[in-house]
Design a protein. Structure first.
Length: 360
């Protein structure tokens, strides 16, 4: 059998401007060749032709399919090539073998050949990808709005007494409206006039951000309904939390092998920490922390408005669990419900039926 007839596996180390690709013998793991390509549409096409020119291509492992490698992963998948998501090597491995683009590219291919890397990357297409990019803008606007109101309150703390007392006790909406309507005058050398001017600008910025967030919410809601209406049927999930969980799972949630895998992805699966006669689990601090926060928000809604959840809390409290432990159990339950809705597209069960292991 000639080298051209060998089955090969590719690996790609991705960067902002260039991608470095490598090929190995799928059977023996022998390094064959490597080459650098520009991270452009033309570069993707050239890389695809190069990968296929050395023999039957079984798969390609790519580092950074959610960032620098997203465009390449999308192009290869559209070309009918199996793409595998590869995590970057840990520090110990990198210290042992060194660091360079060819080394990382060959390592990505080897991870696929050995079976260490098996995960399918998220597909960056369709409504879920649209939700993701819109949520980037929304998250930024929410952070800016929070910063703006904090700046308003900080300025009021040091503002002249007459202005501070006039606005004391105002709710946030009333405060923003009053400051946005203010007529501070033109003498900016006067601290009171300068303070009123700054506060008016901040208040109007707050109003603009309110409008921006409302427009983004109006755009995201129909996309969530289109992507998976069953999620909105889960008690406590709204467009914001459902959108985040859709983004976390991706448009191809079937890549997640089980509801336990989804729980690990969201950081709500307790980790075993047993030794000898001590049997215990500890809190999982990994996973997607934004998804973890979304599940927490759902728990808070249910604790206030969902009677089965309130009954569950009462029972578990009598059994000696703390509020934090109960919240962790509930997040694990909700992850199961969300996974069911993601996979089947049907409303999930909303009442806890079995007792998960609490974390400590």
């Amino acid at each position: 059998m000639t080298e051209l007839e060998l089955e090969v596996i590719g690996g790609v180390d991705t960067h902002g401007a260039t991608h470095h690709a490598a090929l190995i013998d799928a059977r023996l793991g022998r390094h064959l060749t490597d080459r650098q390509f520009p991270a452009t549409a033309a570069g993707y096409r050239e890389l695809t032709v190069w990968l296929r020119a050395h023999g039957p291509l079984l798969a390609v492992g790519i580092e950074g399919t959610g960032s620098y490698g997203a465009g390449l992963a999308r192009h290869l998948a559209e070309s009918g090539i199996t793409v595998v998501e590869v995590d970057r090597p840990d520090r110990k491995t990198r210290r042992a073998r060194g660091k360079s683009d060819p080394i990382d590219a060959y390592a990505a291919a080897t991870a696929v050949a050995s079976g260490r890397a098996t995960g399918a990357p998220k597909t960056r297409t369709g409504a879920v990808e649209a939700i993701r990019v819109l949520r980037v803008a929304r998250t930024s606007a929410v952070k800016a709005r929070t910063q703006t109101i904090n700046q308003i309150r900080a300025l009021l703390v040091t503002a002249p007494a007459a202005l501070r007392e006039h606005l004391a006790g105002s709710t946030r909406p009333a405060l923003v409206r009053a400051l946005a309507r203010a007529r501070p005058g033109t003498d900016l050398a006067d601290p009171l006039t300068a303070t009123k001017t700054a506060l008016r600008h901040l208040a109007r910025r707050h109003q603009d951000l309110d409008q921006e967030i409302a427009e983004l919410d109006a755009a995201i809601l129909p996309l969530v309904r289109h992507a998976n209406p069953a999620l909105l049927a889960v008690f406590g999930l709204g467009p914001e939390t459902a959108g985040q969980l859709l983004v976390t799972a991706g448009a191809n949630p079937e890549r997640l092998t089980s509801e336990a895998a989804f729980a690990h992805l969201c950081g709500v699966a307790p980790k075993p920490a047993s030794s000898g006669r001590t049997q215990r689990h500890r809190l999982n601090r990994g996973g997607d922390r934004q998804a973890n926060a979304a599940l927490y928000h759902v728990v808070i809604v249910r604790m206030r408005h969902h009677q089965p959840t309130r009954d569950y809390i009462e029972r578990r409290t009598r059994e000696g669990l703390s509020t934090l432990e109960i919240i962790r159990c509930l997040k694990r339950y909700i992850a199961r419900e969300v996974y069911h809705a993601l996979i089947t597209g049907l409303p999930a069960q909303t009442t806890p039926t079995r007792t998960p292991i609490p974390t400590t």
